[in-house]
Design a protein around this ligand. Sequence first.
Ligand code: FAD
Ligand code: DLZ
Ligand code: SF4
Length: 514
Amino acid sequence: MSDRRLILVLGDQLSHGLASLAGGDQGRDVVVMGEVMAEATYVPHHRKKLVFVFSAMRHFAEELRAAGWTVDYARLTARPRIQSFTELIERALKRHSADRIVVVEAGEHRVAAEIAGWRDALGVEVDVLEDDRFISTRDEFDAWADGRKALRMEYFYREMRRKTGLLMDGDAPMGERWNFDADNRKSAPAGLSFPPPVGFPADETTRDVIAMVEKAFPNGFGATQPFDFAVVAGDAEQALDDFIAHRLPLFGDYQDAMREGDAFMAHSLLSLYINAGLLDPLQACVKAEKAYRAGAAPLNAVEGFIRQIIGWREFVRGVYWREGPDYTSRNHLEADIPLPDFYWTGETDMSCVRAVVDQTREEAYAHHIQRLMVTGTFALIAGLDPSEVHEWYLAVYADAYEWVEAPNVIGMALFADGGVVASKPYAASGAYINRMSDYCGGCAYSPARKTEAEACPFNALYWDFLIRNEARLKSNPRISRAYQTWAKMGDEKKSAYLERAGDIRQRLRDGARL
Ligand code: FAD
Ligand code: DLZ
Ligand code: SF4
């Protein structure tokens, strides 16, 4: 046996500084990468997400070769077909005489468990290295979380500010506040336009991948084209610079706003690059901070952007690993309505849901408030089955990997973890969407109507949600005011709300149009 090692690089580990590559030997080791069926199908991924992942993997493999590495890369079309990472590694062990596998820890319990079985199943040594592309280690998160009654992002975020020194004046936060979220809730005035994100035309590699994905998944969800995501680190960097120069200044004010036909608004469209490893999260924050120091972007925008990355992104990762593999099957509120077809087809009279689903089908993208307060809030207050909702989110967004998606869906949007991620459920009536978007203007339903057939479904579902879950939620101080409002409501109105919600929920169970 040689002392050659196989360095397995997964599809969301496309970083040249990856720990396994940094410790590797180009003259001796072989990098193994593969488009494998299990990964392409564990959920019915959006086809644009598949194109992004495979094209970025192929480009990364080429960059590694150009840098001097030997790369054994298997395409989805390889025959015999490679079903899993295990088959990929078995094939590579046969092709290269190697006795050791090195891999950076996977971002998902499912894959981590598969890798953990290789030593016994394949009789090789396996070194699993820590993923050092995050700002906090898993141990640091656990040390912070241990002994706390509740985990709140805000306090963890302050630790991350201190650790990185971002937006700090010595020990104090710049601007004398840690968090400017309260300044970030404006709706977008009709005349305001947002500079669109820079696009990157598909090159030959991407065009090949598009053809392959269209052939392999002819009936899969989502458009493959137009495809203008970056697929290499250099272009992802350009996307970051473009965001900082043109949209970051507006990011804070309009972070929560939604607009028909405007998918990106002032958002960065960077999560898919950061999560795949093409862009370094800390680097993105450092550049944003520089823009603030240079007077090119206001503090509420820069703080908001940095908070999402060193706060939320790191926090949800810590929660994912800490809570364990059963997290995705939690159902604290015992919600059980199957996911309606309109989450895939967009065929609903609710303009807001239709707009977000249609946009998602085209772009494999929706911004945070669309995910949280439209498709998320609807699923929450209607009582949709969390595991089905989780699978949908994991499938349809180009940035979706379980470690980041699950805490956002199971925890933040659905409160199915009983309050690990969120301190209260994000339940809202149609008034919220009406305030933050222009969706209601063209809707068959009216946000001002309460219980009639033409009333916005969110209105009755909101109250019904609170009443259905009264025993679990009433003592939560953050929503007790809503229960006080309900208590003051007349009996006739209360019954009308509950009857209307019962009718809507039955329609969802029956698969009737809504
Ligand atoms: P911006 O609004 O420009 O934010 C800047 C960056 O902050 C993002 O690129 C991202 O890296 C980070 N970020 C912002 N919010 C979060 C958050 N809540 N958690 C983690 N990182 C965050 N994000 C994913 O990366 N993958 C997912 O699968 C995913 N699923 C989500 C599901 C639901 C129900 C919700 C409510 C949120 C989800 N998010 C997910 C978080 C967030 O919506 C996306 O990160 C964001 O919309 C990506 O678009 P952007 O790059 O334009 O973000
Ligand atoms: C998301 C994804 C897809 C669609 N396909 C592949 C693949 O074929 N090969 C691969 O190495 N990685 C892929 N990925 C990313 C993995 O699913 C991801 O690495 C794990 O879920 C761990 O986060
Ligand atoms: Fe959505 Fe209700 Fe507004 Fe229609 S009226 S767009 S369903 S919030």
